[in-house]
Write a protein that binds this ligand. Sequence first.
Ligand code: ADP
Ligand code: ZN
Length: 648
Amino acid sequence: MNYYNIAVPKPLRQPLTYCSPQVISAGRFVEVPLLSKKIIGLVLSQMEEKPDFESKEILKVFNDIPPLDPIRMEWLNWLSQYYFYPIGMVTSSCFTPPLSDKQRKKQSSLNPSNTSTDIKKLQLNKDQLRCVSEIQKISTFKVHLLHGVTGSGKTEVYLDLMENIIQQDKSVLFLLPEISLTPQLFQRVSARFPDQTALIHSGMSPSKKQMNWIQTIEGKKKILMGARSALFCPIPNLSLIIVDEEHESHFKQEEKLKYHARDSAIMLGHKYNIPVVLGSATPSLETWHNVQTKRYQYHQLKKRVRGYPMPQMSIVDLKKQKNKELPFWLSEELFQALKNALKKKEQSALFLNRRGQSSLSLCSYCGSHLKCPHCDISLVLHANKYLVCHYCNYSINSLQAECHPAQDIMHIGVGTESVFEGIKKLFPKANIQLADSDHIHSASQFQSIVEQMLKGKTDILIGTQMIAKGLDFPKLNLVGFILADLALHTQDFRSTEKCFQLIAQMGGRAGRHSINPGKVIIQTYNPDHPAIQTGAHLEFEKMTSHELKFRKQLNYPPFTRLALIQTSSAKKDQSLALAKKIHKNLSTAIQTKNVQCLGPAPAPIFKLRSKYRYHILLKSSSTEDLHKVCEFIWQKPSSAWQINRDPV
Ligand code: ADP
Ligand code: ZN
């Protein structure tokens, strides 16, 4: 009999022991019995000696899926330790069941190999060629930042880098923050590399995902595109990792394994000793700091391709909006610009990062503020009818709101739905589309919005973040920010950085294919705020130097590392008592360490989904010290409290 350490997807800190008469190599997935169930585990290692307790037998070995290689296993182990998550719950993300015979048959009928499509390849310009050749110089581990304004041709650089890799019969991982929102990008990559590109994202059917996964691990597809979960696909011969829009907070998963996909991709590149390319028009301050301290190699694309100009951006102070005929959120400037665009048959987009018709509902009779009974959050009016909580989706008919007569409830503020209605009234003949998560529920619905824009059917597109990223609409020449300040009113130390990024990203959608510069109008109540000022002038370096000074003073990343401990309980007292207990344990742990401990304090959203939450924040300039302190208090995952490394 042989004995094995097997990681199982359960909240355990240690692997379990199972036996088998077979010799099984580390990295193989196996099926094992646990209590009365069968579960899938991963063989971590073979034990040297027979343990002195009884162990159960392995039921099945998945010999038809390639085993994980030792480097991949090391990386999984790193994830488990760094993010304080049980090893078996990390390794299970690398498993996909093998295809059935039926699926195999279907696959071979679907895949006529080498369909000859004519592949359009652009001749790169001098700057792009320089970036490609500098990046290709080193084939071992190195982190590169490709920094280029929107429309400067970063994607074309990625495509050339990929081509070089697949010509050597090796593979590429291409990570994006939200793949379902960037259908155009997948089309571009698969048009350039037909039959070589696989895609994995959460909006996909499980069988389609499984098919793409298997084709990748069997080496049939050399390019894997996907959102963060694609990192777990054990791609053979991985030789390059690209992380597009590296600054995006979507790369951080905020539940279960709270990993940051960009940081984890860098660690994977480090372990495999291969290059990692981060791309962005607005790099994160963490990445920028690493460039300044020469840890990362910097490559810049300064201009838009073909000499297209950057858009003209202007700031409009909404406090001065006096035209009573227009809604309070629409300035004369933006109104005229929309009118003009319609006259010239150009497209416009209006951006607002808030859904619904209001931001706040107040009873004008008693002044009470209508909140979600489960969350510490205002209810928002939707469709003139429902009051909805944007965090837990609790909703009531607005006529049933438990207050004074419903007609006395005032809905204050603005959301995408009220913008849609207001614009419709002002421009009744225009074709207006609304893109936010209340109205777009699937990748195909989003795709149809994109197609209508591309075909020129839409005149005005109104939307949230959903429309801010990665889209390329040739006839879009006007972008309006309804209320650019929204991103600033959060308790996040990154709010200036985030607001800047939004302005640059969304503004960058304007005039991408035109010799006449696009127009961007930024409406705000805080025209002098540094984020708005630097955003409107696309002064990235000015914003970063302003922000870095502030972060340094207050000991925030990139100068320190953070770990956030959050307790959560349906009982307020219990949540606080637990936070205090953890705080006490921490005090002993941090005595000899260079770690600062803040809190416990109520979380910014104190009550969420009927749970009361307290935060303890740990800060340290030493990653090791911070890790040791967390290690000291961590037992196993619990619903009562959790550790979040590098929270965003
Ligand atoms: P980014 O990824 O930086 O936003 P893209 O790679 O999407 O930029 O390029 C913007 C647009 O310019 C795209 O339509 C692309 O096809 C085009 N483009 C990029 N590089 C070139 C080039 N060298 N010659 C002509 N067109 C180019
Ligand atoms: Zn709620």
